[in-house]
Design a protein around this ligand. Structure first.
Ligand SMILES: Nc1nc2c(ncn2[C@@H]2O[C@H](COP(=O)(O)OP(=O)(O)OP(=O)(O)O)[C@@H](O)[C@H]2O)c(=O)[nH]1
Length: 333
């Protein structure tokens, strides 16, 4: 869109001339639980990646997009780099991390401020030294002894040729804004790849699976192993004729209709490894699965701006995490 085609007169991101635009890929790397998903969501400004207290919830490569001023940041959230277990699932995850990291413009390597363990070292080892890497020392709000941070940062300097050091908290909006400014010069000058309004290039179907998975892990706590997953069996959209017609009649149609204008029918299967896990998901008298369904439906209605019918199933697939063929059929890269 050229400036003259702009629908309103305010200066918007869409009015930056293509030759003045910056655009690049930013990978977020770090061991599980350091706050990568929290950071991605804060950077993008909307929830696109699920967060949970349970480690290892981010399995897919998720892209979030933020267009700010002249710059378009295309974020790649990598799975928690798995080092503890070695099965087919983890091998697939580690391959995704390697593939993600080698073709980006800048890496945000996330650690907890003041801490660097073996898990962090293993995640750092996958970052090629020629790719500009910023050390994001996250969870600064949890550091009590700030004086000890300077020597720690110095020790980090010896571990990797980091381009910048950014002590911050992903939960503080000012810090997140500052980080965007620090990343900006690392984005090459080139026209944007995505519409500036775009938030994610993942389909609504994928986001639906992520939301069910988030509720599943939140509501089962530590009882359920991370090998459980969610598969979307059906995602069908229908316009809600009656709703639109009613809104048109009272004059609301040209703007946002008072009622949801579309309806999504979603059926999802929660795949677990054992009968015992199935019982955990279902809960006493079906209470837990009912709650997972209700919470997921409410969030999906907000996200999709639609009326949602959500049907949940639980299936036992013993050993699926060790079956590479089946992993591919579930959409893991
Ligand atoms: N106090 C504090 N907690 C944070 C901060 N950033 C993230 N957290 C918390 O740390 C926990 C883990 O955050 P996630 O964003 O899920 O971590 P992750 O690195 O994406 O984890 P995986 O998906 O397992 O790889 C959550 O409970 C977050 O709320 C921060 O800046 N300060």
């Amino acid at each position: 869109m050229t400036p003259s085609e702009s629908p309103d007169s305010t200066v918007s991101a869409a009015e930056i001339a293509p030759e003045a635009q910056r655009c690049g890929l930013v990978a977020i790397v770090g061991r599980p639980n350091v706050g990568k998903s929290t950071l991605l969501n804060a950077l993008v400004g909307q929830k696109v990646s699920i967060t949970s207290r349970k480690a290892q919830t981010t399995r897919h490569r998720i892209t979030g997009i933020r267009t700010e001023g002249d710059s378009q940041y295309v974020f790649v959230d990598t799975p928690g780099f798995q080092t503890r277990h070695s099965n087919a699932l983890n091998r697939t995850l580690n391959r995704t991390v390697l593939a993600t990291v080698s073709d980006v413009d800048v890496v945000l390597f996330v650690v907890e401020a003041g801490r660097f363990g073996l898990d962090d070292a293993k995640a750092l080892a996958v970052i090629p030294s020629q790719i500009p890497t910023l050390l994001v020392a996250n969870k600064l709000d949890k550091v009590v002894r700030r004086a000890e941070l300077a020597p720690w940062l110095k020790s980090m300097q010896e571990r990797h040729p980091f381009a910048e050091f950014v002590p911050m908290s992903a939960k503080r909006p000012d810090d997140v804004k500052k980080l965007l400014g620090i990343v900006r010069p690392y984005l090459p000058q080139q026209p944007w790849w995505y519409d500036p309004q775009a938030l994610t290039d993942r389909s609504e179907r994928f986001l639906a699976a992520e939301i069910v998975r988030e509720k599943l892990f939140r509501l089962t706590g530590d009882e359920l192993p991370y090998t459980s997953t969610v598969v979307i069996d059906q995602f069908e959209e229908e316009p809600m004729q009656a709703a639109s017609a009613a809104a048109a009649k009272d004059g609301a149609a040209p703007r946002r209709p008072a009622l949801k204008s579309r309806l999504c029918r979603i059926a999802a299967t929660i795949v677990v490894e054992r009968e015992a896990h199935k019982a955990i998901v279902i809960g006493e008298g079906g209470e837990r699965i009912k709650r997972i369904g209700t919470e997921a439906r409410l969030e999906l209605e907000k996200l999709l701006d639609a009326k949602v019918f959500l049907e949940l199933w639980v299936k036992v697939r013993s050993g699926w995490a060790d079956d590479e063929e089946r992993l591919r059929s579930y959409g893991y890269e």
